[in-house]
Design a protein around this ligand. Structure first.
Ligand code: ZN
Length: 195
């Protein structure tokens, strides 16, 4: 079953989500919810979906960066973004640690701000301590685009949206990004926009 993705302005996107107990995680309800969120993320399509985005204020997100999504980038773009396929997995009650001084700037979008993207500076590396879909503790160490996805999804669990801290003058709809900006580097775009 596919779920409806809520859009910016819905108060649920601004709440701090509540953690789940291990008992809840192993319940049929949460296991079914994870399946539905996976299907919804694939359908969108997106590389991550957090529970608040389907109207539930729970500290749970699903993530998957499929090989075919990564293949749409040129080898240079993939290298610049540090983007590589990430298998499907679930993060629950995550604790995020940012690693690295130099932030990386790239365009980023969100299924709850459908149709738009903007430049967001993110830490190049993160450590995430969380529970998996079986309620077992796991530690994720991620770099590049995967680190960006984790920061974005965990932001949702804290009531944040990428738009809160993107370079606002860089905001564009996707059609205009393709028409006007798609073949330029972030540095060139910033210069042209005067930021
Ligand atoms: Zn999002």
């Amino acid at each position: 079953m596919n779920l409806t993705i809520v859009q910016v302005g819905d108060p649920v996107l601004r709440q701090t989500a509540r953690p789940l107990t291990v008992e809840e995680i192993r319940s049929e309800y949460i296991q079914t919810l994870i399946e539905c969120m996976k299907n919804t993320m694939h359908e969108a399509p997106g590389v991550g979906l957090a529970a608040p985005q389907i109207g539930l204020s729970l500290q749970l997100a699903v993530i998957e960066d499929k090989p075919e999504y990564c293949a749409s980038l040129s080898p240079e773009q993939a290298k610049e973004r540090g983007r590589y396929p990430v298998p499907f997995h679930v993060i629950i009650n995550p604790k995020l640690t940012l690693i690295g001084e130099q932030k990386l700037e790239h365009f980023e979008g969100c299924l709850s701000l459908a149709g738009f993207i903007g430049i967001v500076a993110r830490a190049p590396e993160v450590k995430v301590e969380c529970l998996n879909e079986q309620g077992l503790p796991i530690t994720i160490e991620a770099q590049g685009w995967y680190a960006r996805i984790l920061q974005h999804e965990i932001g949702h669990l804290q009531g944040k949206l990428y738009f809160d801290h993107c370079l606002h003058r860089s905001l564009t709809n996707i059609e205009n990004f393709i028409n006007f900006w798609g073949n330029k580097s972030v540095a060139e775009i910033k210069k042209e926009l005067g930021i």
